[in-house]
Design a protein around this ligand. Structure first.
Ligand code: TYD
Ligand code: MG
Length: 498
């Protein structure tokens, strides 16, 4: 009798609906997830009956006692396995750690399969055993790609499979490879679960089994994960906390550049990026991204007056441990609409709004009534607040039609008061700029204890303490020719206070 009640209650509690976007679970279906607000994302998932039992009531069985140890002890640093693709190794923190799991996310078609096939082949060529398991493509497709990449002779074990049970059965022995690529985790299927492949519980369950296999056998497991429209790895956050390392592979469709970015790494720094260029023979490493991102600029020794009317500034940024110089481009045009357009590529639109507000409130420079287009050249996405000053320079320069001197780099964070605040790694930024032949840097005022200003050969630093100093530098020269008033200039609302 009593047992019947328990069974009935359990059967009832088993029906559950999981949001495929955020993983939230609800007892009833709903058109919209209450947790994340996604529409049409609730899918019924049948749970295995696993009645939670309180430890106190489970028949008096005692657990084992934990053997506590001291924090300090004999530990060899994680042994690293180099893939031979330096950009990939660096993003992973200096090589792959055996027994760890790496999730590689990215839009479809961005080049995940290409990169990982190259990595598997490169590792195999260095003498390690690597396996590539595809659940998305046929063997022939992968072979064709390998042919194109020129790696068809590398001793990579290739299989097309999507059953996790089969995969584990094939790899869980003394002959396990050093690296296994699972392309993709969304196609993997665990037959102990009733839900369809790609659902949250399948993705989570399959990943759990593969992670356990990697730990047990000391394999580096690389899971490919597709990103949804919203930019989450589908089946999403649930995977990010389970794996050791999360890498995103990103890039603009029209651009050749691909950027591999670490967003989580238990064995190294995050924010590190690897830069690749997609060629007809696969992904090629780009060891010096600054030169690439500035490639189509007027050369520093060329003349600035070749039709340039302003609107560009070179930002000296830091990506992970590496300085990267990129060009920030701005276009300001009188708006024909009631609500001016703001189009931002590669930078945060909210931060742009903030900079415009500061320009307006603290410098008397009204930008608001114009359409504004802001672009980071080359397809890089910048998240550093240190780019504030470069963005402001590009904006003001576009507005006043006064070019930023062509051999100048700019960096600094802007506070709401208009004060320009110092940023980290100033020396590394200046060094890179000097290396690339820049002559001048517009930088924040240094904190008094650091007095190394101007130590980089050939690079003069100009301290900008307040945003209005930048505006003053980029104001049209006072003796501007007055003949031939420009048509467009009349409709601009440029108010530059001295
Ligand atoms: P792919 O690795 O299949 O992307 P993902 O696995 O992330 O979905 O990359 C496919 C794209 O890369 C495709 O648009 C063609 C392009 N590509 C090249 O330009 N050169 C190459 O050598 C290869 C193999 C692919
Ligand atoms: Mg693919």
């Amino acid at each position: 009798m009593g047992n019947l009640w328990v069974d009935l209650a359990m059967a009832k509690s088993q029906a559950r609906f999981a949001c495929q976007q955020c993983g939230a679970v609800a007892p009833k279906w709903a058109g919209r997830c209450e947790a994340c607000g996604a529409w049409n994302s609730m899918v019924e998932e049948v749970q295995r009956a696993a009645p939670p039992k309180s430890l106190g009531t489970s028949g008096g069985k005692r657990g084992d006692r934990l053997g506590f140890v001291a924090l300090r002890g004999e530990t060899a640093g994680p042994p690293r396995r180099l893939t031979g693709i330096a950009e990939l190794d660096r993003v992973c923190g200096g090589g792959l750690v055996p027994g760890s799991t790496i999730l590689v996310g990215g839009d479809p078609g961005i080049g995940k399969s290409t990169l990982l096939l190259q990595a598997a082949a490169s590792l195999a060529a260095l003498g390690a055993a690597s396996a590539y398991i595809t659940g998305e493509e046929a063997i022939d497709q992968v072979r064709l790609r390998a042919e194109r990449l020129g790696v068809a002779d590398a001793p990579v074990r290739l299989a097309a499979a999507s059953s996790v049970r089969d995969i584990i059965n094939s790899l869980d022995d003394g002959n396990a490879p050093d690296l296994v690529v699972i392309d993709s985790i969304q196609t993997m299927y665990l037959d102990t679960l009733d839900s369809a492949p790609g659902t949250v519980s399948q993705v989570r369950g399959a990943a759990q089994e593969l992670i356990a296999l990697a730990k047990r056998r000391g394999i580096v497991a690389v899971l490919v994960g597709h990103v949804t429209k919203e930019g989450l790895i589908a089946g999403p956050r649930v995977l990010e906390h389970m794996v050791d390392t999360v890498l995103y592979f990103e890039g603009e469709r029209g651009h050749q550049f691909r950027i591999l970015r670490a967003v989580k790494n238990r064995f190294g720094a995050t924010d590190e990026i690897g830069v690749f260029e997609m060629s007809d023979r696969g992904l090629v490493e780009v060891p010096n991204p600054s030169a690439l991102f500035l490639a189509d600029r007027a050369s520093p020794d060329g003349d600035a007056g070749d039709g340039r009317t302003g609107g560009a500034a070179v930002f000296a940024g830091i990506e992970g441990t590496r300085p990267v110089l990129v060009e920030v481009q701005a276009l300001v045009a009188p708006s024909l609409l009631g609500t001016p357009r703001r189009a931002v590529v590669g930078w945060d639109a909210t931060r742009l709004a903030m900079i415009m507000a500061v320009l307006d409130a603290r410098c008397g420079l009204s930008v608001g009534a114009n359409d504004i287009y802001l672009n980071i050249a080359g397809g890089l996405r910048i998240v550093e607040p240190a780019a504030d000053l470069a963005v402001a320079a590009a904006l003001v320069s576009a507005l006043t039609e006064t070019p930023v001197p062509v051999e100048t780099v700019v960096f600094g964070e802007i506070g709401l008061s208009g004060r320009v605040r110092p940023v980290a790694h100033a020396d590394a930024r200046l060094k890179e700029a000097a290396k690339l032949g820049f002559a001048e840097a517009w930088v924040p005022v240094r904190p008094s204890r650091s007095t190394k200003a101007g130590t980089n050969e050939g690079l003069a630093t100009v301290a900008i303490g307040h945003l209005s100093e930048l505006v003053a530098r980029l104001s049209p020269a006072p003796r501007r020719p007055v003949e031939a008033p420009r048509v467009a200039a009349g409709s601009r609302r440029v108010m530059v206070s001295p």
